[in-house]
Design a protein around this ligand. Structure first.
Ligand code: CMP
Length: 141
């Protein structure tokens, strides 16, 4: 059964002007784009989105980075979407990411790692709802 995941093209990748290459990599891997936009997060929004990492030492750096420039949130659909997308983006640290993964191709460091991918179906649902209304989500069928 087809299900959903959620991605963000992060500010480092937008600055590198690789939005198109990243979306092409995602759609070539079989994902359908349900909704996307280019926008800039406020510190309050970035802080709320990464609330789960609040106690981590890198939280402040992460929030600063995520509002340092425009991002592209994307709602995606595919069979086994969450696991397949995690495989496509690769390890958090690009130095450990496999060949052909988005982070291997486009990320600079563990912090500036080009792309976000949801880690569970429940987080995918919540993260999509953080950025998109259900009525803005359009199936390609
Ligand atoms: P992501 O998995 O999208 O969401 C949590 C983010 O925290 C992760 O990507 C990294 O960008 C960031 N992160 C994880 N570990 C570190 C770290 N050691 N230093 C800075 N940022 C980190």
């Amino acid at each position: 059964m087809s299900n959903r995941t959620f991605a963000i093209i992060k500010p480092d990748a937008v600055r590198k002007n690789v939005i198109g290459e990243i979306i092409a990599t995602i759609t070539k891997a079989g994902f359908k784009v349900l909704a996307f936009q280019k926008m800039k997060l406020t510190p309050e929004q970035a802080g709320a989105f990464y609330e789960v990492h609040k106690e981590r030492p890198f939280y402040g750096e992460l929030v600063n980075f995520m509002c340092s420039g425009p991002i592209v949130p994307i709602a995606l659909e595919k069979e086994n979407a969450v696991a397949d997308f995690r495989a496509l983006i690769g390890a958090t640290d690009p130095a450990e990411a496999a060949e052909g993964t988005i982070r291997k191709m486009f990320a600079s460091s563990k912090g500036e790692n080009a792309i976000h991918g949801s880690d569970s179906d429940e987080n995918a649902k919540n993260e999509i709802a953080f950025f998109f209304t259900e009525s803005s989500i359009i199936s390609s069928k």
